[in-house]
Design a protein around this ligand. Structure first.
Ligand SMILES: [Zn+2]
Ligand SMILES: [Zn+2]
Length: 520
């Protein structure tokens, strides 16, 4: 069997006239010709179809039933054929959750990298947070200048009201001699009388040390005791210097806010534990525009000023709600829209929150009853239809809405905690918003500390390799956060080729359809 070439004998698919063809393997081969000359008939309908058919035929009967039987193309003989993979022009569908980063799986490796090697920062004050091991804490204390005189304190009350008689007594019983109360050291024999209505901070003095050579084991014991008593935090106090707060938890020691340890899921905008809650991880919010909603402000609500509401009298129930809110806000439904105050317009469109109003409902037989309820706003039904609606409703209502960048995540799609995790001072969305040729340079230049470099090795290797590949196939101008549905056919085809090659499968025959279409 000659395996170095691919041989086709007597291909007659569509308009092919008994074509014979020999193609070298492991080469990039281009079919060119005028429209209708049979390029696609040879590439897709003969080579791809036969490669697929033979591959499927080699599977078990059980597997075949899911794939369907493929028809043999009209060709006498094909030799040296490898399994074929077709990458067509069709774009990745309209799913706004797919990006260049997710399609190429680079985003998955970025998530791992950020979870394992990123440095979390407090979402309140921006200062660095990080859990330290007990040994790291001991090491940091031991690294203070020799002969430092220090108090090792366990924080037990942080800025809370109370007298704390029992606490002082209990600590004294447990053998502790001193406590620092509101910055002042007291003996627990004679604890201070505290104002029960004022806020206090209390730290137990676990040990007093002078940092000398022989102090190590005593220091370790003191750190253990302080961390136990302080539930993971301890304070190193040196006279005349600022306190050093060390924590074994993921806490912001300044704000006292606790964070969870970063996980890869936290960096997925398609996962509820990672997505920004205000935009559901889309990075954009849909807003209804009043200008578009009310094209002619000389009309009254009754005349149909609010266009998407249609004829407001047609629905008896909705109409009585509008009457109720108009009466409550003091305007007439037949007054021109432009005569309404901002408050009246806003109340009518967006509702009055939890406030309850009286509504009078008259049914078809003329009977009236009064009920007291919240008014949700005329747009409530529109927004609801927009979010649940099918494509037709969306198209119909879409003309009244505009899409804006989400202000909570600033378009970054992720929850705030994830946006506080930095690598080399960059957030994940900042990196994915760079053109690939630039993010590629960032990851090649990235130098991590020894420990992190080992943890990051695999993920970083994948990220670098895939970014290089995308850059090499001429897509360096794209960004990883670019929506897959906004790519041109050629771009999307190349990206899928890149993820195929990135998957490490070898020996296949890749068939592409006009891969240069729509490229920059
Ligand atoms: Zn903070
Ligand atoms: Zn958001």
């Amino acid at each position: 069997m000659e395996s170095g070439t691919l041989r086709v004998r007597g291909a007659r698919v569509h308009n092919l006239k008994n074509v014979d063809l020999e193609l070298p393997k492991n080469r990039l081969i281009c079919f060119t010709g005028v429209s209708g000359s049979g390029k696609s008939s040879m590439a897709f309908d003969t080579l791809y179809a036969e490669g697929q058919r033979r591959y499927v035929a080699s599977l078990s009967a059980y597997a075949r039933q899911f794939l369907g039987q493929m028809e043999k193309p009209d060709v006498d003989q094909i030799g040296g054929l490898a399994p074929t993979i077709s990458i067509s022009q069709k774009t990745g569908g309209a799913n706004p959750r797919s990006t260049v980063g997710t399609v190429t799986e680079i985003h998955d490796y970025l998530r791992v990298l950020f979870a394992r090697c990123g440095t979390p920062h407090c979402t309140e004050c921006g200062s660095e947070i990080g859990a330290q091991t007990r040994d790291q804490i001991v090491g940091r204390v031991a690294a203070l200048p020799a002969n430092s005189r220090l108090h090792l304190l366990a924080p037990v009350v942080d800025n809370r009201r109370g007298e704390y008689h029992d606490l002082f007594e209990e600590m004294h019983r447990d053998g502790f001699l001193r406590a620092r109360v509101d910055g002042q050291i007291y003996s627990l024999d004679t604890p201070p009388e505290l104002d029960r209505y004022a806020r206090h901070s209390i730290e137990i003095v676990v040990d007093r040390l002078v940092l000398r050579g022989d102090v190590q084991s005593r220091l370790e014991e003191a750190v253990d005791n302080a961390l136990r008593l302080g539930e993971g935090s301890l304070i190193v106090a040196i006279e005349g210097e600022d306190d050093r707060l060390l924590s074994a938890n993921f806490d912001c020691v300044k704000c006292g806010v606790s964070f969870v340890e970063p996980t890869p899921q936290m960096f997925s905008f398609n996962n509820p534990s990672g997505m920004c809650g205000d935009c559901s991880g889309l990075g954009t919010c849909v807003l209804i525009s009043e200008k578009l909603l009310v094209p002619d402000s000389d009309k009254s609500i009754l005349d149909g000023a609010v266009e998407p509401l249609g004829d407001v009298k047609s629905n008896r129930w909705r109409y009585h709600l509008y009457e109720g809110v108009a009466e409550h806000l003091g305007f007439a439904l037949d007054a021109p829209w432009s005569d309404l105050t901002e408050k009246q317009k806003k109340g009518f469109l967006h509702g009055l929150g939890d406030k309850k109003l009286d509504f009078n409902y008259t049914n078809q037989s003329g009977n009236t009853w009064t009920h007291r309820d919240r008014y949700e706003g005329a747009l409530d039904s529109i927004e609801e239809r927009l979010h649940q609606g099918n494509d037709k409703v969306r198209r119909e209502l879409g003309q009244y809405v505009r899409t804006e960048r989400c202000s909570t995540c600033d378009g970054g799609r992720l929850r705030r905690e994830a946006l506080g995790v930095l690598i080399d001072d960059q957030t994940l969305p900042e990196l994915t918003s760079l053109p690939i040729e630039e993010s590629r340079r960032f990851f090649h230049d990235l130098r991590l500390t020894d420990e992190k470099a080992i943890i990051a090795e695999d993920a970083l290797k994948e990220i670098r390799g895939r970014l290089d590949l995308l850059n090499d196939i001429g897509l360096g101008y794209l960004t990883l956060d670019r929506g897959a549905h906004t790519l041109s056919g050629g771009e999307s085809q190349r990206i899928r080729l890149a993820s195929q090659i990135g998957s490490g499968l070898v020996g296949g025959l890749y068939i592409l359809d006009e891969p240069s279409i729509g490229l920059h």
